[in-house]
Design a protein around this ligand. Structure first.
Ligand SMILES: *[C@@H]1O[C@H](CO)[C@@H](O)[C@H](O)[C@H]1NC(C)=O
Ligand SMILES: *[C@@H]1O[C@H](CO)[C@@H](O)[C@H](O)[C@H]1NC(C)=O
Ligand SMILES: *[C@@H]1O[C@H](CO)[C@@H](O)[C@H](O)[C@H]1NC(C)=O
Length: 391
């Protein structure tokens, strides 16, 4: 089956080079046809219209396979030799409409013979590959890239554990190759995103601790993906957050926030996670609040990030501050005297004013300014309450 699939992949790619799969259309008969982007494609479509036979149309089993033609093409790309693809793509440009039509018919026949493999089958192939100790590093990368695409639909993510996928991907977090570790963390993050089922499975398999260690990796790319995975694992997840704090996740965040030589992508992710964690605390009021969130050094590192010149980082820091201000355990005077929040907000106001006249990011700057004003309001309300306390 492996050989036939590779052949099919190549042929799909051939057609993909003339016919754009990203504009798949539903025909009136309910089937799909390949909408075309180029002249050659137009010829092809005319040919299709005549006998209404298309690559995918008339194949009722089609929806049992890839969730989209695009997904199928992505998969095909991963399974093809780039050099050979380039050659064949050039060849295909020279085909006459009739030849193209014949090629298309061949593909249709082949697809019917083969039945397109389901996503679950494709995941199984990749998982089996990963379980093969003699697999080359290149093939391991390829299998992981496939899984990265395949786990995107929630149903596929939910199947991953059943197929033995989570265990093997978690195993790969220990791979000596940093790229393999990075992709594995990325897959776990993607599969866990807004998915309590997968969150629970990954947590029970004990991956959080390992991912938190990876956040300290010397490879920034690996650290970034690991922190992404940590965030998606603990998001709105009480068990995940308890484990996160038990493993000193708050200190890990503080190290990232307070260290100015840390990559800005890590800082953005860390401060976003702070905002998220605090929001969860605000929503689940019965839960004891953690001391780190009222620690003035911690608060100061968040406020300092709001003074950054990076608008994205600023926005995420503002959101975190907004949530932190609403915690009962944080003190308004600490924000004022120790963190200098007033000055930071005022400097930010001036900076945003300047950005708002620059056309290319004026909308974004306006959004951030409205968030800034909101933070200012909450801050002054909190300060006002303090000031009114009779002494
Ligand atoms: C999709 O099909 C409909 C009618 O079948 C047509 O009106 C529309 O232009 C098509 N869209 C594209 C992108 O080809
Ligand atoms: C494992 O991978 C090697 C190298 O790609 C291959 O030769 C072998 O057939 C694979 N074994 C299995 C069981 O698939
Ligand atoms: C800050 O980050 C850099 C780069 O990751 C690291 O080398 C350094 O040890 C960190 N400093 C502290 C005080 O943790």
């Amino acid at each position: 089956m492996g050989l036939s699939l590779a052949r099919l992949a190549l042929w799909l790619l051939l057609l993909g080079s003339v016919v754009r799969a990203d504009r798949v259309n539903k025909s009136s008969s309910g089937g799909m046809f390949w909408s075309t982007a180029k002249e050659e494609g137009d010829l092809l479509r005319k040919a299709e219209a005549e006998d209404s036979t298309t690559v995918a149309n008339g194949n009722d089993d089609f929806d049992g396979g890839f969730s989209s033609l695009d997904g199928m093409l992505q998969w095909a790309i991963g399974h093809s030799d780039p050099e050979k693809l380039k050659e064949t793509a050039q060849d295909v440009q020279r085909l006459t409409p009739n030849e193209l039509k014949n090629r298309q018919r061949e593909i249709k026949d082949l697809m019917e013979k083969l039945k397109m493999p389901s996503d679950a089958q494709l995941m199984q192939i990749a998982i089996d590959d990963l379980n093969n100790a003699s697999l080359s590093v290149e093939d391991r990368h390829r299998a992981l890239q496939e899984l990265l695409i395949l786990v995107e639909p929630i149903d596929n993510a939910n199947d991953l554990n059943k197929l033995g996928g989570l265990a093997v991907i978690i195993q790969e977090l220990n791979n000596p190759d940093p790229e393999v570790r990075r992709s594995s963390a990325w897959i776990l993050g993607k599969a866990s995103q807004n998915n309590p089922v997968v969150q629970k499975q990954v947590l029970e398999l004990g991956a959080l601790t390992k991912l938190m260690k990876m956040v300290k990796s010397n490879s920034v790319e690996e650290a970034v993906k690991a922190l992404y995975a940590v965030s998606t694992l603990v998001r709105n997840n009480l068990a995940g957050q308890e484990l996160f704090y038990a493993e000193s996740g708050d200190l890990m965040l503080q190290d990232i926030l307070s260290n100015s030589s840390i990559d800005i992508r890590l800082q953005r992710k860390a401060v976003f996670l702070v905002g998220d964690l605090v929001e969860f605390q605000l929503e689940t009021t019965s839960k004891a609040e953690l001391p780190i969130f009222s620690n003035r050094f911690f608060l100061k590192s968040v406020v300092d990030l709001a003074a950054s010149t990076d608008l994205d980082l600023q926005e995420k820091a503002l959101t975190a501050i907004k949530n932190l201000l609403q915690l009962g355990t944080t003190e308004a005077l600490v924000f004022k005297d120790f963190c200098g929040l007033d000055e930071v907000l005022e400097r930010m106001r001036q900076q945003l004013q300047n950005l708002m006249v620059e056309e290319y990011q004026s909308d974004y700057a306006m959004d951030v300014e409205s968030l800034r004003r909101e933070v200012e309001l909450i801050f002054h309300r909190k300060l006002g309450r303090v000031m009114r306390i009779p002494t």
